[in-house]
Design a protein around this ligand. Structure first.
Ligand SMILES: [Zn+2]
Length: 382
């Protein structure tokens, strides 16, 4: 490989790294595929560890970004807040959690530190996004200040707000409008870097005109920066620090500039339930598949459901899981799906199959087996 070829390969490798994003175990990423529309994307298995894994945005035009959503990371009850949630994504599992429990009267200060929420100066949870951490901190603070009799209603209200389809639709519409120009400039930038550069390297006559190429790159970079700042300001008016940090990153890396729209997309729907987001942006069959997964996880959570020795904490987890299930079923009915029909047994893989796991649909030849992938959950006979 020539020196130029080697440099180009290095450029492509750095670019692919720019396309990758770390996804926590309790986060759900959506990516639009050309023929299938928006899909839930699972992190690449070989990149995973106990806290998460890598997922990649679309590397080729139209440069599909990733939208990150998050499962609710704490259990809330009228008694207190428990930094543990039993929810777990299929084939991913639960993240490590602090399992710290505080009664509401013990909560004196709620503070934000990047993606982390601190209560009384100690870490409560770490989330996949500063935007979502801010939302969780707000809910925890509000509940700690409310009289006990109003907390139950406030918890339901927070969950319903996260399932507000109209708000999700409006946010998606704003994203499309605000990033229309950014989308064009990012794609053009991609074509210049990965189309024009190799052409120049192969034709020495063109290589001599490098000042024109440099001028074009600088002009495009300026356009990306302007479009990025305008779109980010419109969609995240309060996130000045984040906007500034990414601005400098884009300024010094043309490869980061190609992915500038990803930065704007990432936290667009961070405060909304993945279930509600899937209903708004995915096609009906994809939504149905994801809804079945989420419902099964709430009805038959992975074992052990909760290992805490603290009775108050266990009660909070159980109560919150119940409220979350009720609200999710209410949402599904509103979306035109019958929760019981959605939880129907999977199609049987022939006579050799005697039972299935109600959580992950794996099928078993013996009826008294337990599903290891779901922590030893007893299977259900067909
Ligand atoms: Zn299972």
């Amino acid at each position: 490989m020539s020196v130029w070829g080697g440099l180009f390969a290095l450029l492509a490798a750095i670019y692919l790294a720019e396309c990758a994003a770390w996804v926590r175990r309790n986060s759900v990423v959506f990516r639009a595929l050309v023929r299938k529309g928006w899909q839930v994307l699972h992190p690449l298995e070989w990149t995973g560890n106990e806290s998460g894994g890598l997922a990649t945005a679309g590397p080729l035009p139209p440069l599909a970004p990733l939208i990150h959503c998050h499962l609710w990371p704490v259990s809330l009850s009228e008694e207190g807040v428990f930094a543990y949630a039993a929810q777990a994504l299929r084939d991913v599992g639960r993240p490590r959690q602090t399992a710290r429990f505080l009664k509401w009267e013990q909560v004196t200060e709620v503070r934000l530190q990047g993606k982390r929420v601190l209560v009384n100066g100690e870490p409560l949870i770490e989330t996949g996004s500063p935007v979502f951490a801010d939302r969780v901190a707000g809910v925890v603070e509000e509940l700690s200040e409310l009289p006990p009799e109003r907390r139950g209603k406030a918890i339901r209200s927070a969950l319903r707000e996260a399932m507000d389809e109209r708000a999700i639709r409006e946010r998606m519409e704003s994203f499309r409008e605000q990033t229309l120009s950014l989308r064009f400039t990012c794609n053009l930038f991609f074509l210049v870097i990965f189309g024009l550069v190799p052409t120049m390297l192969l034709q020495p006559a063109l290589l001599q005109r490098w000042p024109f190429f440099l001028a074009a790159v600088l002009a495009l970079l300026a356009m990306v920066l302007l479009d990025y700042r305008r779109a980010h300001r419109a969609l995240y008016p309060d996130a000045k620090g984040q906007r500034r940090a990414h601005f400098w990153m884009i300024l010094f890396s043309p490869l980061a500039a190609i992915r500038a729209r990803d930065v704007v997309a990432r936290d667009l729907l961070a405060n909304y339930s993945p279930l509600a987001v899937a209903h708004v942006i995915c096609r009906p069959d994809s939504f149905r598949r994801f809804a079945r997964e989420r419902l099964a996880d709430l009805r038959w959570p992975m074992l052990p459901v909760c290992e805490s020795d603290d009775e108050d904490a266990r009660r909070t987890e159980e109560a919150f899981r119940g409220v979350l299930l009720e609200e999710s079923e209410r949402f599904l009915r509103h979306a035109g799906l019958d929760p019981d029909a959605l939880s129907a047994p999977p199609e049987r893989d022939g006579n050799a199959s005697a039972a299935y796991c109600p959580r992950c649909d794996a099928q078993y030849a013996v009826a008294d087996a337990s599903c290891e992938a779901c922590g030893g959950l007893p299977v259900t006979r067909f």
